[in-house]
Design a protein. Structure first.
Length: 215
């Protein structure tokens, strides 16, 4: 069976805690976010992951993702990939959805309307597809929409961002990137994309049980 992807959204930041769109602004985790990342690391050290000894590890180069990866115990072998950076929100960087709808466009929805002077949804999806193509070269993961299965076993751990990972999930399943709207994703959550009857599938999504003791 080809690779499966283990997806981790970074821990809490000051902006994520208040709903501000955080694209390329390079801000650190909060104290709570750091605790989340450590708790995540505990879950990854336990069964069934057992520390992911043979997994490839990739992270967005942005600080909040790198910090999460490091505190989870995988930073020493993580490779930074520009393709995993969050959506460039352009003029909407740092704004909440409420502010955007109140001051710019009342019915605004990022998945439909995009952002001014930033990336389009299709541009973000193209980055995701390039990343998945690289995984495909090593493990035989099919291109989006394909069911051709070749290659060796493997787990690829990905530390990145909310919108980026939701788009990645859609593309894994061979769906248009706007379907990412349907995959809600919490900070420091753990998700797994794998296979079911030779078709790309969601094994686990938005798991946060490892954070229960923090609340």
């Amino acid at each position: 069976m080809p690779a499966r992807l283990l997806l981790v959204r970074h821990g809490e930041t000051e902006w994520s805690a208040t709903g501000r769109h955080t694209g390329r602004t390079d801000i650190p985790l909060t104290a709570e976010g750091r605790e989340m990342a450590v708790a995540l690391g505990g879950a990854l050290k336990a069964a069934p992951w057992d520390g992911l000894p043979d997994a490839e590890v990739f992270t967005s180069p942005l600080l909040r993702a790198r910090e999460t990866c490091e505190l989870a115990g995988l930073g020493d072998r993580a490779v930074a990939a520009d393709e995993l950076m969050e959506w460039d929100y352009g003029r909407y960087e740092g704004l909440t959805g409420g502010t955007i709808r109140g001051e710019h466009r009342r019915d605004w929805l990022i998945w439909r309307d995009g952002v001014p002077e930033g990336e389009t949804l299709d541009e973000v999806a193209a980055r995701v597809d390039r990343f998945l193509a690289g995984v495909n070269q090593r493990y035989g993961v099919p291109a989006p929409g394909s069911t051709v299965m070749n290659g060796s076993d493997g787990t690829v751990a990905v530390f990145a961002h909310g919108h980026l990972l939701r788009i990645l999930a859609a593309r894994w399943l061979g769906l248009p990137p706007a379907y990412g709207q349907r995959f809600k994703l919490a900070p420091a959550s753990l998700s797994v994309l794998g296979w079911e009857y030779a078709e790309p599938a969601v094994e686990v999504w938005n798991s946060t049980g490892h954070l229960s003791h923090l609340h």
